[in-house]
Design a binder for this molecule. Structure first.
Ligand code: 13P
Length: 255
């Protein structure tokens, strides 16, 4: 019912030529697999060339951020209408944006509304810091972030977006959450969705895990019933490892 998604967040890596090369390499390795949604999120300057070059490949494309306004004096920003036709998804509220670029629950919420208003699908990121984790505040942090990000949306809008649980202490550290912990927190996200909009919304909205996912831990993560995919950083920059994760996930789902 919930199609698995392997989303590669390429962050601020790769030139246009390198991005095209990586996409072609992945396609050579994975081929026409459609059992798993393959989402590539390159730097925004790569979206247009990548869209043109991968039109006949089974990839969806995502941006890594956008502004909530449609246009205006916001030097350096890109807006949802600019992404229409180039991207399917937009990552919002990634912890790097929250920590390094002043993103708040409020701006994530504004962006989520704006992205949906332009027929794009948000991937809303939530995640606790190491300190919050050690103080036992994971549940309260995740609950508050999910509630704030989705404030004012209706159930149908929520079903169309994706939520990614990315514990900050697991990002780029090689220290992934255990599959069980990742599954439990993604389950908690679903509990919050159920409280907000009922079981039908909670059961159909996709929830991803992100943070040091690799070919050798993806099967255990994907076996968790509340996890529908991964938001992959480092391992998505290597065609071999990303392709391997797509294939393993297709196997877990019997694809
Ligand atoms: P890593 O997979 O490199 O830990 O990054 C995760 C991430 O931040 C994806 O958005």
């Amino acid at each position: 019912m919930r199609k698995p998604m392997m989303a590669g967040n390429w962050k601020m890596n790769l030139t246009v030529a390198e991005a095209l090369d990586l996409a072609r390499q992945i396609y050579r390795l994975v081929g026409e697999t459609t059992a798993v949604e393959q989402l590539l999120c390159p730097p925004s300057v790569c979206l247009h060339p990548l869209k043109a070059a991968t039109d006949d490949m089974p990839f969806l494309l995502g941006a890594q951020n956008c502004h909530w306004q449609e246009s205006g004096a916001f030097t350096g920003e890109i807006s949802p209408p600019m992404l229409r036709g180039l991207a399917d998804y937009v990552i919002l509220g990634h912890s790097e944006r929250r920590q390094l670029f002043g993103e708040t629950d409020e701006t994530v919420n504004r962006k989520t509304h704006a992205v949906l208003a332009h027929q794009l699908f948000p991937i809303v990121c939530v995640g606790e810091s190491l300190e919050q984790n050690e103080r036992g505040e994971t549940s309260s942090t995740i609950t508050a972030q999910v509630r704030a990000a989705l404030d004012g949306l209706n159930g149908e809008q929520i079903q169309s977006l994706v939520i990614a649980y990315e514990p900050i202490w697991a990002i780029g550290t090689g220290r992934a959450a255990t599959a069980q912990t990742a599954g439990e927190v993604c389950g908690l996200v679903r509990v919050v969705l159920r409280e907000m909009h009922g079981a039908a919304v909670a059961d159909t909205t996709r929830v991803l895990y992100g943070g040091s996912t690799k070919p050798d831990n993806i099967a255990a993560i994907m076996e968790q019933s509340d996890i529908d995919g991964a938001l992959i950083g480092g391992a998505s920059l290597e065609a071999d490892s990303y392709a391997e994760m797509v294939k393993i996930t297709a196997g877990v789902y019997g694809g």
